[in-house]
Every structure is written in structure tokens, then in C-alpha cells.
Design a protein around this ligand. Structure first.
Ligand code: NAP
Ligand code: MG
Length: 488
């Protein structure tokens, strides 16, 4: 007869056999050029940099670093494509290309998922089941809009803006590229996209997909590079739109440098989301929501539920269940299908996390970190939460962007709302309660772009996403996502 484990700790002792996804499906070249006018070529800078696997520290491949002259070439290429082909093409024709791209992403989904996990460090379970399917879904969704723009609620004959410059971060590389490209292309714009320095791979594979889909040359140009490449794009006055996703700090710089120009701007910036758990919430489900809210993608999530606001009467119970659950998270090889939490994307990000965690300890909060064993190579941080946190602590105010949760308490719904709103950010919040009336009462008073009820970190291409306050402005996703790329 099978022996039933007597305690949770004996259950934890059960080990899983490794279930590794093979990396052989990804065939990388030894170097990649810039994708301009439909083909890859060398950067005018003659400079390259390595992109590494954060789980091992090994170099995956070398990519080009674009400079000012390359930005100029990419803008010219996008301008020609805009005038000669893309903006004059019937919407139904543009839709055919977008559908084709969506299907090719699906066809190459395993390869893209492995490449994303190798370059970013995220678990294959997430890249396979979330990032890549959602990326394809965004292209499918906006393909559907391309020939129906006059029904989108932006006038009877909405026009594209022209050439869009798009700058994205490293946390969801292919998904952020899709969020930016799909609505822009559906609306008839052409694009110059810059992926983040540490995660250029899937954008380069997407460029190959554009070639496979026979997308007309110049409709999308991809410039790999660093912050200087991004700054050169923002300084170039040939763009008719700049769309940026990244930190509030860089967003502020971009906002400032475009202040005197007429270039429309969308900013999707940082967050410090509150996940609010009332005493009538289904606690085990809420604990899963807390885990999902902060440990999904190693906490490298702009809308992460990084502040837990828990009703005082259930605080001890929630913390006890959370402790047990945190200890069960499997941290390790991103290519293992059993892995829950992967590698921290870069050593710079790891240092930022460590610095804020040290501040939490020195300011008097109580730290609990999972006792999991961390791999010896690569960049890692054990899932962590802090209790005894007060609103004035840095860990309650600053975005940690890592697997670190700050737990605060409240006694009344009014106090929960006041604490949740006590932040310069306003991207997302979660509310857990059995009572719909209470959830709606709270949701109406929260200052955030997205509110999830009895769930967290749920994304869908039909649903608009974006922030208020220092989390930025403009919306991506849904019908709203077209607005930023149309002359309305
Ligand atoms: P980041 O440092 O602001 O970088 C974002 C992008 O901007 C990268 O491609 C970066 O290039 C580039 N960049 C850096 N300096 C620039 C400059 N002066 N001018 C123009 N571009 C510049 O942000 P990150 O650390 O990569 O990403 C994490 C941040 O993004 C977090 O704060 C997170 O909350 C936010 N985020 C927000 C959303 C949202 O939808 N609201 C989604 C995801 C992430 P390099 O990588 O080459 O430096
Ligand atoms: Mg990398």
C-alpha cells in the first residue's frame, strides 16, 4: 500500500526527476546583425555585445549594437515602406500578413519558448504556456482589427501616424514586442523596435518570422543595442510616435526630451501593485493569487502584486500558509518543466534586489526566504517575503522588480484603499473577497489602471492595459490599444 506522507515537510522531501526541455531546437547563429529593410546587416558602429543565459552565465550569441547612423537607416527604411506599401495597402491585406505572422509564431512556438527561457531566465512552463501563446494571440487579435478600423470608435476614416519608434524592456521580450508591433501594424504604421540589451534573441527570431511571412521590407526594423541606442531613437526627429515600456526613471527622461516636440508618446512604466485580501476571501485561493502575483516571472513584472495588504484578523493564518507554499516553490533550471521560479535576468538586477532587501532588514521588517538550494552558477534569488512592514519602508514604496513581497495589514476597507493608493505608482491591484459589493466598492476607489478580482496577473489581448500616475499613460491591448497608433 502507498504510504501517505504524515506532514508537509515529508511531502517536501519528495524529489522530482528532472524534466528538461531540450535546447537543441534553437539553432542560433554565432552573430546577428541589425534587421533593416528586410534583411540582417552589420551595424555602422561595427560594435557587438554578447547576450548571456542568466541561469548559467554562458554567452548565447553576439548581437550588433546600433548607433545614430543605424537609427537613421532604420527610420528611412520604415519611412519608405510606410509611403510605398504599408499605409496604402488595404486593411484586409495587412491583416493577411498579421495572421501569417501569428500562425508562424504558433508553428515555431517551442523554439521561441526555449529561446526566451535561455535568454531571459524565465521558467519554460511560463514561456511555453503564457509568453508565446499570448504573443501569437496579440497578432491574431489585431489582424482582426486591420480591416475594421472605421468601426473602432475613432472616427469614420482613421489614419495611421507614420513611423513608430518602440522601446521595450527585458521581462517579457517577445510579448512586449508583440504588444507594440501588432496594433501599430494593424493601424497602418511602420516600426523601428529596440529590444532590451539583455534579451534581444526572440526579437531577432521574430525578424526571421517576418522574412518567412514575406512582410514587405522596412515595415518592421529591429535595432539591437543598449540604453544609448534607445536614447538615439528618442533624439531622432523622424518618428511620428514613440512608445516606451520600461522604468519610470527612463520614461521621465524620454517625456522630458519629447516635451517640446509634437511627437505623440505612450509610456508604460513601473508599479507597486497592492494585492488586497479581505477576511471573507477563500484563503487557499488567495494564497495561490499571492504566489502568482509576486513570484510569476521571478517578480520581474511591472504589475506584480508586490505589496500584500491583508486583513489583520487573518494575517497570521495567511502568513503561515504562505510560508508553507513559498517553501514548495521549485527554484532552478528554467528549462526544467517542473521549475516555478527561474533565474534573475542580470547581475545588475540581482544587485538592485539585494540592495532593497538589505534596506528592508535594516529598516526593521522581518524577512523570510525560502530555504531552497540555489544553483552555483548564474544569478538567483530565493523567493522572499517581509512581515512587519510599514508604509514608510523603502520595500513598501520602491519597485523591487524581483521575487520579494512586502506584507502590510489593514482593519477596514477604507484603510485598505488608503494604503493601496499610498504610492506614486498606479498600474495594477488585486482584490480578494467573497462579496461582489465589497470588491466593487474597493475597485472604484483604487487609483490603478487594472484591477483584478479574485485573481491576479491575468492577461488577454482584448483587454486594455496601462497605468495612471507615475505608471505612465496610454493603453495597450484591446480596442483602446489602436488609439495610440491612429491620428484621432
Ligand atoms: P529600463 O532600464 O527603463 O529599460 C527599458 C528599455 O529602455 C530598454 O530597452 C533599455 O535599453 C531602454 N533604455 C535605457 N535607457 C534609455 C534611454 N535613456 N533612452 C531610451 N531608451 C533607454 O527598464 P528595464 O530595467 O529594462 O525594465 C524594467 C522596468 O520596466 C520596470 O520598472 C518595470 O516596471 C517596467 N515595465 C513596465 C511595463 C508596463 O507595461 N507598464 C511592462 C514591463 C516592464 P537597455 O536594455 O539596452 O538598457
Ligand atoms: Mg540574456
Amino acid at each position: 500500500m502507498t504510504k501517505v506522507p504524515a506532514t508537509w515537510s515529508s511531502l517536501n522531501a519528495l524529489s522530482y526527476a528532472p524534466a528538461l526541455e531540450s535546447a537543441s531546437i534553437v539553432k542560433l547563429r554565432t552573430e546577428y546583425g541589425l534587421f533593416i529593410n528586410g534583411s540582417f546587416d552589420a551595424p555602422r558602429t561595427n560594435e557587438q555585445f554578447a547576450t548571456i543565459n542568466p541561469a548559467t552565465g554562458e554567452t548565447l550569441t553576439n548581437v550588433a549594437r546600433a548607433g545614430e547612423a543605424d537609427v537613421e537607416r532604420a527610420v528611412q527604411s520604415a519611412r519608405r515602406a510606410y509611403e510605398k506599401t504599408w499605409s496604402t495597402m488595404p486593411g484586409a491585406q495587412r491583416a493577411k500578413y498579421l495572421f501569417r505572422i501569428a500562425r508562424l509564431i504558433q508553428e515555431r512556438s517551442r523554439e521561441l519558448a526555449v529561446a526566451e527561457s535561455l535568454d531571459n531566465g524565465k521558467p519554460i512552463r511560463e514561456s511555453r504556456d503564457i509568453d508565446i501563446p499570448l504573443a501569437a494571440a496579440h497578432f491574431f487579435y489585431y489582424a482582426g482589427w486591420a480591416d475594421k478600423l472605421e468601426h473602432a470608435g475613432f472616427g469614420t476614416n482613421p489614419q495611421p501616424l507614420g513611423v513608430a519608434g518602440q522601446i521595450i524592456p527585458w521581462n517579457f521580450p517577445l510579448l512586449m514586442a508583440s504588444w507594440k508591433l501588432a496594433p501599430a501594424l494593424a493601424a497602418g504604421n511602420t516600426c523601428v523596435l529596440k529590444p532590451a540589451e539583455t534579451t534581444p534573441l526572440t526579437a531577432l527570431l521574430l525578424a526571421e518570422i517576418f522574412q518567412q511571412a514575406e512582410l514587405p521590407p522596412g515595415v518592421v526594423n529591429i535595432l539591437t543595442g543598449d540604453g544609448e541606442t534607445g536614447a538615439a531613437m528618442v533624439a531622432h526627429r523622424g518618428f511620428n510616435k514613440i512608445a516606451f515600456t520600461g522604468s519610470t526613471e527612463v520614461g521621465r527622461t524620454i517625456h522630458r526630451s519629447l516635451a517640446a516636440s509634437a511627437t505623440p508618446l505612450t509610456l508604460e512604466l513601473g508599479g507597486k501593485g497592492a494585492n488586497i485580501i479581505f477576511d471573507d476571501a477563500p484563503i487557499d485561493e488567495a494564497v495561490e493569487g499571492i504566489i502568482d502575483g509576486i513570484f510569476f516571472n521571478q517578480g520581474h513584472v511591472c504589475c506584480a502584486g508586490s505589496r500584500l495588504l491583508v486583513h489583520e484578523s487573518i494575517h497570521d493564518d495567511v502568513v503561515a500558509r504562505l510560508t508553507r507554499r513559498v517553501d514548495q516553490l521549485r527554484v532552478g533550471d528554467p528549462l526544467d518543466k517542473n521549475t516555478d521560479v527561474g533565474a534573475i535576468n542580470s547581475s545588475e538586477q540581482l544587485e538592485r534586489i539585494k540592495e532593497l532587501v538589505a534596506a528592508g532588514e535594516s529598516e526593521g521588517a522581518t524577512r523570510y526566504s525560502s530555504s531552497c538550494e540555489l544553483p552555483s552558477k548564474g544569478t538567483w534569488f530565493a523567493p522572499t517575503f517581509f512581515t512587519n512592514v510599514s508604509n514608510s519602508h523603502r520595500i513598501a514604496r520602491e519597485e523591487i522588480f524581483g521575487p520579494v513581497l512586502s506584507i502590510l495589514t489593514f482593519r477596514t476597507p477604507e484603510e485598505a484603499v488608503a494604503k493601496a493608493n499610498n504610492t506614486p505608482y498606479g498600474l495594477a491591484c488585486g482584490v480578494w473577497s467573497e462579496k461582489g459589493s465589497r470588491t466593487l466598492w474597493v475597485a472604484q476607489r483604487l487609483r490603478a489602471g487594472v484591477i483584478w478580482a479574485n485573481s491576479y496577473n491575468k492577461f488577454d489581448p482584448t483587454s486594455p492595459f496601462g497605468g495612471v500616475k507615475e505608471s505612465g499613460f496610454g493603453r495597450e491591448g484591446g480596442r483602446h490599444g489602436l488609439e495610440g497608433y491612429l491620428n484621432v
